[in-house]
Design a protein around this ligand. Structure first.
Ligand SMILES: [Ca+2]
Ligand SMILES: [Ca+2]
Length: 210
């Protein structure tokens, strides 16, 4: 009888210890999140007094648990990328047709809302600076041939006469379509010279509190 009691006490103790270990691991995880660089970014989404948080920064649009921003100011590709990194994100990555539709629509809507502005196109996080024709996303993923949305005859790596370095076109933009939901409206990419100044599309993770 005593031995059966011992056994069940031992089991309880084991369970207790396991729970304690799991709790310590959870605390450790939470601590590393709280002390990470991302925290200062996350706090910008929350009101310090009420602790009410929004999922995206004001002026950003949510899609697929990510937040997207289209700049009103044009910049060179590298400067644009730095601006996105500075807010805890990067230039936008197109992983599938839904991403492409969302981002192309963002540029289309911008042009509709700012008819007086000259809007050529907006940088995304795609480039072939290292090796001509080898396009990589800013997240390190190589462009997949199943998920490409080039405009007709692009990418053409065009080298105009004023491009005295013969650098060619190594950074990719989305050119707003004249209309949306029409045939081929998703084929909006053009490669452009990276030091041209274009609007740009940033993305960050949305804040999802579980
Ligand atoms: Ca190129
Ligand atoms: Ca081109």
């Amino acid at each position: 009888m005593a031995s059966a009691e011992n056994k069940s006490l031992r089991k309880l103790l084991d369970n207790e210890q396991r729970a304690t270990t799991e709790l310590a691991a959870t605390n450790q995880r939470q601590h590393s999140i709280l002390s990470s660089n991302r925290l200062s970014f996350l706090w910008r989404l929350c009101n310090n007094d009420t602790l009410q948080c929004s999922r995206c920064l004001p002026g950003w649009a949510e899609h697929d648990s990510r937040c997207f921003f289209l700049s009103s100011v044009p910049q060179k590709w590298e400067v644009a990328r730095r601006a996105c990194l500075d807010v805890g994100g990067d230039l936008a990555v197109v992983s599938n047709e839904a991403d492409q539709a969302f981002l192309t629509n963002m540029t289309f809507q911008y042009v509709q809302q700012h008819p007086q502005e000259h809007f050529h196109s907006a940088w995304i996080g795609l480039q072939d600076m290292v090796k001509e024709g080898a396009h990589f996303w800013v997240n390190g993923v190589r462009l997949h041939s199943n998920v490409t949305y080039w405009r007709p005859q692009e990418p053409n790596n065009a080298i105009p006469s004023w491009d005295t370095d013969n650098a060619g076109q190594d950074c990719v933009t989305i050119v707003p379509p004249d209309q949306i939901e029409t045939e081929n409206w998703l084929n909006s990419w053009d490669d452009i010279i990276c030091w041209g100044e274009r609007h740009f599309l940033c993305e960050t993770m949305a804040l999802i509190l579980v």
